[in-house]
Unconditional design. Structure first.
Length: 211
């Protein structure tokens, strides 16, 4: 993705992520209020995801296999070249999608997968839909602001996935045991911060030294 187009892509990616996560959050709140047992489902999902993430610490990503991207290809053709910052262009009187739209589709569908993990994790802290949505919104907006810094830094955080996996497992177990043992919010936040912090420290200590 050319650097000149990444700002526009991030702008629309953030808007799409906020809309999708808003829908997920209000659906999740409705489920928890109607069926308390869904919290066990969310917890088990987080534990499963965390274990799977730890077992595949460096998974291969194949954007070309994205089902929504394949659906886009069936709906309309995709050009091989960018058309400036446009998502669509016209050729021979026919509308074509540009690679910029293809990348946006991949980003949005990937964010849905992240939302499946992150939103239930917030429900382990609070069921207030306003707090759940605003925490997700601030996280997305913060990551957008730090994108270009993080893009060049993430390669050094080799063990970050392990820390995130541990967080998911911890939060999942907390949700499963919610009716048996209540973990204070302060203890949860300290545990999460310790797990993420430890993974960052270990990554930086073992990161190769640049020449």
């Amino acid at each position: 993705m050319p650097l000149a187009y990444q700002h526009r892509l991030l702008y629309w990616g953030v808007i799409g992520a906020l809309v999708a996560r808003g829908a997920f959050i209000f659906a999740g709140v409705a489920l928890l209020e109607a069926f308390h047992w869904t919290i066990y489902v969310f917890g088990a999902l987080l534990v499963f995801t965390g274990v799977r993430m730890a077992a595949h610490a460096d998974p291969e990503v194949h954007p070309a296999h994205n089902p929504m991207l394949n659906l886009l290809r069936r709906v309309m053709p995709i050009t091989d070249e960018y058309a400036g910052q446009r998502f669509f262009t016209r050729r021979d009187g026919r509308r074509w999608a540009t690679p910029l739209l293809a990348v946006l589709v991949v980003i949005e569908t990937t964010d849905v997968l992240f939302a499946i993990d992150s939103i239930p994790a917030v429900f382990a802290i609070t069921h207030n839909p306003f707090l759940v949505f605003t925490s997700n919104a601030f996280a997305i907006l913060g990551l957008r602001a730090l994108y270009f810094l993080l893009a060049g830094f993430l390669g050094r955080l080799a063990y970050l996935n392990v820390g995130l996996a541990a967080v998911l497992v911890f939060v999942g177990i907390k949700m499963v045991l919610t009716d048996v043992f209540h973990v204070p919010v302060s203890a949860s936040l300290l545990t999460i911060a310790a797990l993420i912090g430890a993974s960052v420290v270990v990554s930086l200590r073992h990161a190769p030294v640049a020449d």
